[in-house]
Design a binder for this molecule. Structure first.
Ligand code: NAP
Length: 287
C-alpha cells in the first residue's frame, strides 16, 4: 500500500489485536467514501504503550483507537480529555493535536446510540437497569443508561469490591441512582428490570456465559450483550428463547466508531445495514 502525503492514517492499538474488527469497520467506510487513507492494527504490549504512543504521534498518525488493555493508560497519558473519558477513567480514542494528546471515550455514546436504535428513545427512561461487570465496558454502560434517563442502575459483578468501586466513581457523574448488588438480591429485583446489559467478558468465544436467570424478567424487558464474538452469545440465546428483546454488541461497536472516523478522516460516516452485513461476514471469517 502506498500513501501520498495528503492521505490520513489512523489505527487501533491493543494486545492482542488480531481479533479486532476495527480495521474491517474503518476500512469499509474508507472504501465507501472513496478516501485513500489507511487504518492499521497495531499490536502493542502493556508496558510498551507510552513509548509506542509517542512514536506513533511523531509518525504522522491522526489518531488511534485504543482497546484492551490500554484504555486506562490512554486516559492517564492524555493532556486533555472529554467528559466521558473523565467520568469513566478510560479512553478508546486518542487524537494527536500538535504536541498535545487528546483522549475521548465514545463507548458511552456508542452504546446509547445502539440502545436507542434497537429499543427507541424512552425504553429505559425512569426505569431500572442491571449492568453485569465492573470493568471499563461496565462504566461506559452505566453512563449510557444514565444518558437515556434510567432511574436506577444496579451493578452486579463477580468481585463485589470492584462493583462498589465503580459505583463510588460514577455516582458523582450520573443523575441515576447507582448501587452495587449481590446475586442474592437478583430474584427480588428482576421482575422490575427493563434492561440487562452484559458488560463482562464472560460469553466471549470459548468462555462460559453469565448464568444470571432471565426467568422472572418482565415480558417487555430487553437483554443486551456487549460481547460480539460470537454475535449470538448463550445469554442472548436464552433471552430469545424467552422472547425478550435482544441487542448484540455489534451495534455499540459500529456506533462508537462514528466519532473516531470523523476525527481521523473528516467525514461523519453512517452506520448502515451493509456495514453490519460486512462485519457479520468478517466474524464468520469470510471478509
Ligand atoms: P475488563 O475491564 O477486563 O472487565 C471484565 C469484567 O468481566 C470484570 O467485571 C470481570 O469481573 C468480568 N468477568 C470476566 N470473566 C468473568 C466470568 N467468567 N464470570 C463473570 N464475570 C467475569 O473488560 P472490559 O473492557 O470492561 O470489557 C468487557 C467486555 O465488553 C469484553 O467482552 C469486551 O469485548 C466488551 N466490549 C465491547 C464493546 C463493543 O463495542 N461491543 C466495547 C467495549 C467492550 P471481575 O471484576 O470479577 O474480574
Amino acid at each position: 500500500m502506498t500513501l501520498s502525503d495528503s492521505k490520513r492514517i489512523a489505527g487501533v492499538v491493543g494486545w492482542p489485536i488480531a481479533h479486532s474488527l476495527s480495521p474491517q469497520l474503518h476500512g469499509f467506510w474508507l472504501r465507501e467514501y472513496g478516501l485513500g487513507g489507511a487504518y492499521v492494527p497495531l499490536p502493542v504490549r502493556l508496558h510498551e504503550f507510552s513509548v509506542a504512543l509517542r512514536g506513533l504521534a511523531r509518525s504522522g498518525f491522526e489518531g488511534l483507537n485504543i482497546t484492551l488493555p490500554h484504555k486506562e493508560a490512554a486516559f492517564a497519558l492524555a493532556d486533555e480529555c472529554d467528559r466521558a473519558a473523565i467520568a469513566t477513567g478510560a479512553a478508546n480514542i486518542i487524537l494527536f493535536r500538535g504536541e498535545r494528546v487528546r483522549a475521548q471515550n465514545s463507548d458511552v455514546e456508542g452504546l446509547a446510540a445502539s440502545l436507542e436504535e434497537e429499543l427507541g428513545t424512552d425504553a429505559i427512561r425512569g426505569g431500572s437497569v442491571v449492568v453485569l461487570g465492573a470493568g471499563g465496558a461496565s462504566r461506559a454502560a452505566i453512563l449510557a443508561c444514565d444518558s437515556l434517563g434510567a432511574r436506577e442502575i444496579h451493578v452486579l459483578n463477580r468481585t463485589s469490591s470492584r462493583a462498589k468501586d465503580v459505583v463510588a466513581r460514577l455516582s458523582a457523574h450520573a443523575a441515576a441512582t447507582i448501587g452495587a448488588i449481590s446475586p442474592d438480591e437478583w430474584p427480588a429485583l428482576a421482575p422490575a428490570v427493563r434492561l440487562v446489559i452484559n458488560a463482562t467478558s464472560a460469553g466471549m468465544k470459548g468462555r462460559a456465559s453469565p448464568t444470571v436467570s432471565l426467568e422472572s424478567l418482565p415480558r417487555d424487558a430487553a437483554v443486551c450483550d456487549l460481547v460480539y464474538n460470537p454475535l449470538e452469545t448463550p445469554l442472548l440465546a436464552r433471552a430469545k428463547a424467552r422472547r425478550l428483546r435482544v441487542i448484540d454488541g455489534l451495534g455499540m461497536l459500529m456506533h462508537q466508531a462514528v466519532s473516531a472516523f470523523e476525527s481521523f478522516y473528516g467525514i461523519r460516516p453512517e452506520v448502515s445495514a451493509s456495514l453490519r452485513a460486512h462485519l457479520e461476514e468478517a466474524l464468520r471469517g469470510g471478509a
